[in-house]
Design a protein around this ligand. Structure first.
Ligand SMILES: *Cc1c(COP(=O)(O)O)cnc(C)c1O
Length: 349
């Protein structure tokens, strides 16, 4: 099934929107040296100047790293900005709906609720596997977007590639594939397949493998025309100068990042093996991310016990398919050993 034309997928008010044009949008030359166009203060360089609204320099550094063209990149204040923009661009409040896997990342539903868009969760299998046919069956003519997350949060597993492709190829709307954790997985990332799949939006982030959650920088990769819509709707200067500079600095530190990822993957295997041997541990789910899900006896009590010992994991025991489950992020060996030591001396109350 081919993609509906963007003119039919996009909300009419957004399709017809004439965006705000900033001083820095209208003047693009490099030769000028006197800038008296934006009511900035001439003192306090470099913070006196508005930052590049389209972050061109950073996108040119990012493009070869991510295997996309600069025009296929949107940068947002965290992935959360990209997720919110997907709703604001494609989904008419009170009318359209989105379909998403469940359980998954909580922000898709929060953004749907904020934008008054109906959210249709479709449960994954008991092993957190994706069944494309079940997901597609939940979509109707008012479904604008399907949300997938791979590796999925909180389960940690990659969704099967063939099933993702079935969803993408058999849905005429937009498919968001959130690959926040793809650096920890061996699967080929979907951002490298933008030319084959014009209806996908792939999400990446600086918050996980790149170790930069504090700077709030999310990425969306999609065909140029979709990125142009993001640029039209976003706040003019959505990425501040400090964030743009620090992101560029992280791209220069690619070797550190690669080393962190390798270290975390090695540590992950050790922590999971040690977990499986704990008396209270019922199950350790396979993972392709920098965290894993584990089912334990009396998860709420274990969680509270760890809090009392100054160790915080994520209690997912109230989430569908995650009864008695905790989600554990891989830390440094010292941090992970403190967690394991605490759990070894835990006595059920
Ligand atoms: C952590 C995470 C993100 C990152 O969000 P940011 O706003 O970029 O920090 C995105 N998606 C998923 C599924 C995540 O778990």
């Amino acid at each position: 099934m081919s993609m509906r034309p963007l003119s039919q997928l996009v909300r009419p008010n957004i399709w017809n929107l004439k965006p705000y044009s900033s001083a820095r949008d209208e003047y693009k030359g490099a030769e000028a040296s006197v800038f008296l166009d934006a009511n900035e203060n001439p003192y306090n360089a470099p913070y006196n100047r508005y930052p590049d609204p389209l972050q061109q320099e950073l996108k040119e550094m990012l493009a070869p790293v991510k295997g996309v063209m600069p025009g296929q990149i949107f940068l947002g204040n965290g992935s959360d900005e990209a997720i919110d923009l997907v709703f604001r661009i494609f989904c008419e409040p009170g009318r359209d709906n989105v379909v998403a896997i469940a359980p998954t990342y909580g922000m898709y539903k929060v953004c749907a609720d904020i934008n008054a868009v109906a959210y249709r969760p479709v449960m994954l299998g008991a092993d957190f596997s994706l069944d494309a046919a079940r997901l597609l069956a939940a979509a109707d003519e008012r479904t604008k977007v399907i949300f997938l997350c791979s590796p999925n949060n909180p389960s940690g597993n990659d969704l099967k590639r063939e099933e993702i492709i079935k969803v993408v190829e058999n849905f005429s709307g937009i498919v968001v594939i959130d690959e926040a954790y793809s650096d920890f997985s061996v699967q080929k990332p979907f951002r490298e397949e933008l030319s084959r799949y014009p209806n996908i939006i792939v999400l990446n982030t600086f918050s996980k493998a790149l170790g930069s959650a504090a700077i709030r920088l999310g990425m969306a990769f999609a065909q140029d025309e979709i990125i142009a819509l993001f640029n039209k709707v976003k706040y003019p200067y959505n990425i501040n100068l400090l964030t743009q500079r620090q992101a560029a600095e992280m791209l220069r530190k690619r070797f550190d990042v690669d080393r962190w990822v390798k270290t975390l993957i090695r540590e992950r295997e050790q922590v999971m093996t040690a977990f499986a041997e704990l008396e209270i541990c019922e199950k350790v789910y396979p993972t392709d991310a920098n965290f894993f899900l584990t089912q334990v006896q009396g998860a709420d009590d274990v969680y509270e016990y760890l809090v009392r010992n100054g160790i915080i994991v994520r209690n997912r025991s109230k989430v569908e398919l995650c009864g008695n489950c905790l989600r554990v992020t891989i830390g440094t060996p010292q941090e992970d050993n403190r967690l394991l030591a605490a759990l070894r001396s835990y006595k059920r109350g």
